[in-house]
Design a protein around this ligand. Sequence first.
Ligand code: NAD
Length: 498
Amino acid sequence: MREIGHFIGGKQVAGTSGRVSNVYNPATGEVQATVALASVEELRAAVENAKAAQPKWAATNPQRRARVFFKFVELLNKHMDELAEILSKEHGKTIEDAKGDVIRGLEVCEFVCGIPHLAKGEFTEGAGPAIDMYSIRQPVGIGAGITPFNFPGMIPMWMFAPAIACGNAFILKPSERDPSLPIRLAELMIEAGLPAGILNVVNGDKGAVDAILTDPDIGAVSFVGSTPIARYVYGTAAMNGKRAQCFGGAKNHMIIMPDADLDQAVNALMGAGYGSAGERCMAISVAVPVGEETANRLVEKLTPKIESLRIGPYTDDEADMGPLVTKEAYTRVRGLIDRGIEEGAKLVVDGRDFKLQGYEDGYFVGGCLFDHVTPEMDIYKTEIFGPVLSVVRANNYEEALSLPMKHEYGNGVAIYTRDGDAARDFASRINIGMIGINVPIPVPLAYHSFGGWKASSFGDLNQHGTDSIKFWTKTKTVTARWPSGIKSGAEFVMPTMK
Ligand code: NAD
């Protein structure tokens, strides 16, 4: 049995806590490896390592830091097939989808190649008589990232790329469900020229997370995962004097106006609802057709497409989606589908009994479609995180708009329409972080920032974009005066620039 340890001080090290967790092949249900769960002492060893290496890295000029990322991007491209395979094998998503996962992270690494420009400070000459004022951005010191299972490539890179480019050392605590890719990324960072100790991967569960949140040397914590844990991490990090940005769950709606190109909307819903088996925080899980006729036509067009989804292991090049990640996820999603039926929603496409020959023990759930879902139902309120799309029918635009507005989550939302005025009004009034206009999954590119509102995000600075440079650095402002008469005596009045 393969044992996955940690990556500390520039190399892989075995776990010493004696605690491990199983890593499954989601397509077969087999245990393919175990992953070490770090103790407080192991986390502390990684921090000590990071602490020793960080000052020299911070003092390395930003062009040289950028060059590590230029090289890293080259290595990611060179190893793309291998990386996608490592990812898919533990997550279950298709190879093409896994490449998308890595590429979205790679794009953040491309963005931080501009660190010499991005981290430049501000300067005011002559802010007062003989006075200059300047603000500089200095690294926080040691940053930490705690990441979810669903994007084991992209999300670690969202965090470690800007943090390291800014001159920090970094401790990554990946999901224990698919831990192999983050270790391989750390190896490639070393190959790209990163000094040992700057990027450490510490595997673990709540024990390792709590050790991060209470460690006196870690200054900033970035978290992505489910909302209850995001809330917990945000509160605990703040209590311990750390800055934190914590991103949580989602329930993303797509509003389909009567004037929308319905074929386009249906294709968009298929990809956004069922891609990666619905295990995306930007998946569309609620379709809101406006008007009875739009709703009837939408359900009619969606049904045969969902019934003919091709579901398979990641080794099937033709598959549209793979299995869910674990048995627990499978049981949870199945339970929620049963709950939807009990609550009175109409299960138009039932994927519960999907079985794949040769993969009977895999965690596959077929595509499901619920119609006549209402806001009171659990299946509407809860993030299902599986291949289940709910149709909530709205009578008019205002009613449709009010649904995502009133929902607990506020990650992403989309509107399909040909009416520019409706689209503008929608984008302006909605209380959600990322908006798609005729775009189903509006994940911003690396040079903009990613983040939701409401219970989808805690903290004020988003992932990547210029927000990430602010998050991983502290501002220091210097006021300097070089007058001739400095010894003229004390001033007792609050200084102003007059
Ligand atoms: P999760 O919350 O179970 O786990 C996330 C991380 O927290 C993991 O590293 C895990 O080890 C750790 N963790 C789990 N339980 C903990 C506990 N009790 N105390 C401390 N740490 C704990 O999430 P997941 O199942 O891995 O990922 C799916 C969730 O992530 C979904 O809710 C999804 O919407 C969300 N997500 C959000 C975004 C976003 O940007 N908003 C992106 C991707 C995923």
